[in-house]
Design a protein around this ligand. Sequence first.
Ligand code: HPA
Ligand code: ZN
Length: 326
Amino acid sequence: SDIHSWLAVMPKAELHLHIDGSLQASRLLQLAAKNGVAIPYDSVESVQAAYEFEDLQSFLDLYYLGASVLRDEDDFYWLMRDYLDKCREQKIVHTEIMVEPQTYLPYGVGIHTVMAGFKRAIAEAKAEWGQSALMMLSLLRHLSEDEALAMLEMAEPFRDDFVAIGLASSEMGHPPSKFKTLYETARSRGYKLVAHAGEEGPPEYIWEAIQLLGVDRIDHGVRCVEDPALVAHLVHKQIPLTVCPLSNVRLCVFDRMQDHNLLNMLEQGLCVTVNSDDPTYFGGFMNENFSALADALALSREQAKQLAANSFRASFLPDDIKAQYL
Ligand code: HPA
Ligand code: ZN
């Protein structure tokens, strides 16, 4: 069969997905109208026309505007429900979802509202379709470490709902070292640890995430190739990199998909995985990311199988469950 339909039914896990990045344009407009939030768009086409970015920050400005229309439990339920429906369509049999409750605080929306909606959608997907989903508490690095620590405390009632903490948002000028106490605290509470590093930031930020924060996985990490000693370390320790091809091209980390280094990294023995990051904004969910690699870089079935195996190996599922997918 043709590679695209084969990729579409290959069982896969997604490890790098911001739930706000899956907000569909139609849902954004519907919730803005329902909640009386003024936005500078009046049609699906006008929202989609704004999916044109020059760097991470230009994307984040739209991403946070989108997140500002969510207000009540049902809004969060539908956001999660839409994404989990997509997982079922795309054979994403396990997913690890980043939730960013700090984003909603300025609108008077607390973590209890957010989690009530998300948990209801996940419980339903598990019960009705046997879907597998974990949530990660992602902290915003453009805010202070004290604010991140305050969110970690607010999340205590939901300790069992978050498998890991992460670090997202504007990377440059906000190095991992800014969050050393946050990660020490989270580690002492038994959280797994991830952080965005080396998307726009230099290899030094990846070193800091590993050596100062002690992360289990790096989100993105594509700039590791600039430092051979770092690549050797990542290979030796098999520290997973959750790479997001369409995201990297849309945010101009690479000019074209043909220039993307994902398959080079895979061939160097790095534990790389394929992920969608913010699928609505970057023009594709998991299958579109795999298909783009097939079109631009002649991804082979062998390589695709390796990437899918890596996604289960690098997941935070318990070893016995993981084994069922490998
Ligand atoms: N990088 C940093 N922060 C983000 C991203 C990303 O790609 N997507 C959503 N928040
Ligand atoms: Zn991301």
